[in-house]
Design a protein around this ligand. Structure first.
Ligand code: SF4
Ligand code: SF4
Length: 70
């Protein structure tokens, strides 16, 4: 089964604050050259929006299937 829930980072909005990487307790993110990358999407918890709602202040995170306005 293909994983279908994981954060997608909009690098046009991302400031590289790394709040998302520090927030997520599941090791989804790694840091590459000062920016978070979604290195382990398989670790993301289905329908968790923790990093989007609880960490990112720049609306730079969305999830597969979210509408564009999110
Ligand atoms: S949605 Fe939840 S589990 Fe997935 S990367 Fe964000 S904080 Fe981690
Ligand atoms: S919390 Fe948002 S702005 Fe900060 S590094 Fe993560 S995606 Fe980028």
């Amino acid at each position: 089964m293909t994983k279908n829930w994981y954060p997608i980072i909009d690098y046009e909005k991302c400031t590289g604050c790394l709040a998302c990487a520090n927030f997520c307790p599941h090791g989804v993110f790694e840091i590459d050259d000062g920016k978070p990358i979604v290195a382990h999407p398989e670790n993301c918890v289905e329908f968790c929006r923790g990093c989007q709602k609880g960490a990112c202040e720049n609306e730079a995170i969305h999830y597969p299937g979210d509408s564009k306005k999110d």
